[in-house]
Design a protein around this ligand. Structure first.
Ligand code: PLP
Length: 405
């Protein structure tokens, strides 16, 4: 008999995975060129050339050195390099002990939550949010508490945020650039959120930790980098991932930053290292720790995503759909014309377009389009979107936006 927790999970079934499987089914019937699967966030831009070079070079190393177990936090040399790079970029002062290598951002968040959450502790997330958070919080029997966004720009609703922080709040998760909205939190947003959390830490007399979940940090369409959270709020942990920044999601490589300024940082660092072992991962993948460290200056081609975004965003606006232009990541979050999400997804399906409804992100009435597919696929999907607009009699302009940038 399965555990009660797993029985519940089985009943939930991921709408993203479901749409992805449905895409595969439709492709068999209509041919891959006639199916437009925008369901999953699998990065389409090729991994930078440095990755392959680094793998090939590393394979000439002594295999005993390359494939062995190492310190549970990861190779010291790798962590030194990562700390130095963050320090150079953001003016921080991290040392290798502040960096714990992990199996992607998902692994980083889970070792942090394992170390911090007691059953019943409240974890605050801001809607709409990556569905993985609900599962991760449930892993540790935490209670997910969601906060409204500002529907105009998908920055958080500060009043709601302040109201939702209670005596039981232990952790806040933020994600910028955001999946699924593409919003990037401004410095003003970060200062306001940090101010509220500092006030509440004082009021309740205990720490309220923050995890900044940053798999999309490098994927921004404006010149300005998203601000680095640790400079604004002392109790911040950063969950970083190379999945999207280097297009290597299957390699499961990322890290958690635990700054010395975080309350109880010495014990927390020990705890997250132990958690890596307790969860059975033991250490982050050895080869890709080294590859990532050698490729910290490498970048995926952001133009690949920008071109897709511009073409699709402009076309959807022209057709009368409403959405905010993404500032980062590779998702468009479209308002469902007429508001009936199920009917919209079904109409899209009948045009061979597969999307994920906002309900999956606890934000019904919207749908997410992952535009990380090939430019060709985007181009070929435009007549299908035209058919969809016609079918739904979409009209009116996009109140969110101007022309793409
Ligand atoms: C917001 C967000 N956080 C975390 C993850 C997990 O990423 P990783 O592959 O680094 O575990 C994803 C993956 O899509 C994501 O979109």
């Amino acid at each position: 008999m399965l555990s009660e927790k797993m029985q519940k999970q089985l009943k939930k079934e991921s709408p993203i995975r479901r749409a992805f499987e449905e895409g595969k089914r439709l492709e068999k019937i209509y041919g891959p060129e006639n199916v437009f699967d925008f369901s999953i966030g699998n990065p389409g831009a090729e991994a930078p050339g440095g990755i392959k070079k680094s793998v090939l070079k590393l394979m000439n190393k002594n295999p005993m050195e390359l494939h062995s177990y190492m310190c549970d936090a990861g190779y010291e040399t790798v962590r030194i390099r990562i700390a130095e790079t963050i320090n150079a970029r953001y003016g921080t002062d991290f040392k290798e002990h502040n960096i714990i290598m992990s199996s992607g951002a998902a692994g980083a968040m889970n070792i942090a939550m394992y170390s911090l959450i007691n059953p019943g502790d409240e974890v605050i997330v801001i809607k709409p949010y990556y569905p993985g958070y609900a599962s991760f919080i449930d892993n540790w029997n935490g209670k997910l508490v969601s906060v409204k966004p500002d529907p105009e720009d998908f920055q958080p609703d500060f009043e709601d945020f302040e109201e939702k922080i209670t005596e039981k709040s232990k952790l806040v998760i933020v994600n910028s650039p955001n999946n699924p909205t593409g919003a990037v939190y401004t410095e003003e947003t970060i200062i306001r959120l940090a101010g509220i959390m500092k006030k509440k830490e004082k009021e309740y007399g205990h720490e309220i930790y923050l995890i900044s979940d940053e798999p999309y940090r490098e994927l921004v369409y404006k010149e300005k980098e998203p601000p680095y959270w640790t400079k604004y709020y002392a109790d911040t942990l950063v969950a970083y991932s190379f999945s999207k920044s280097l297009s290597i999601p299957g390699e499961r490589i990322g890290y958690l930053v635990v700054p010395d300024e975080v309350s109880g940082s010495k014990d927390l660092i020990k705890a997250v290292r132990i958690a890596t072992g307790m969860l059975g991962f033991v250490n982050a993948p050895s080869l890709f720790q080294r590859v990532a460290a050698e490729c910290l200056e490498e970048k995926v081609n952001i133009e690949y995503y920008r071109r897709n975004k511009n073409l699709l965003y402009d076309k959807l606006c022209e057709l009368g759909f409403e959405m905010k232009e993404p500032e980062g990541a590779f998702y468009l979050f479209v308002k469902v014309p007429g508001g009936d999400e199920k009917a919209f997804l079904s109409a899209a399906h009948s045009c061979n377009i597969l999307l994920v409804g906002g309900t999956a992100f606890e934000y019904p009435g919207y749908a997410r389009i992952s535009f990380c597919v090939s430019f060709n696929k985007i181009r070929r999907s435009l007549p299908a979107f035209e058919r969809l607009a016609k079918k739904l009699k979409v009209q009116g302009g996009n109140k969110f936006g101007e022309k793409s940038s």
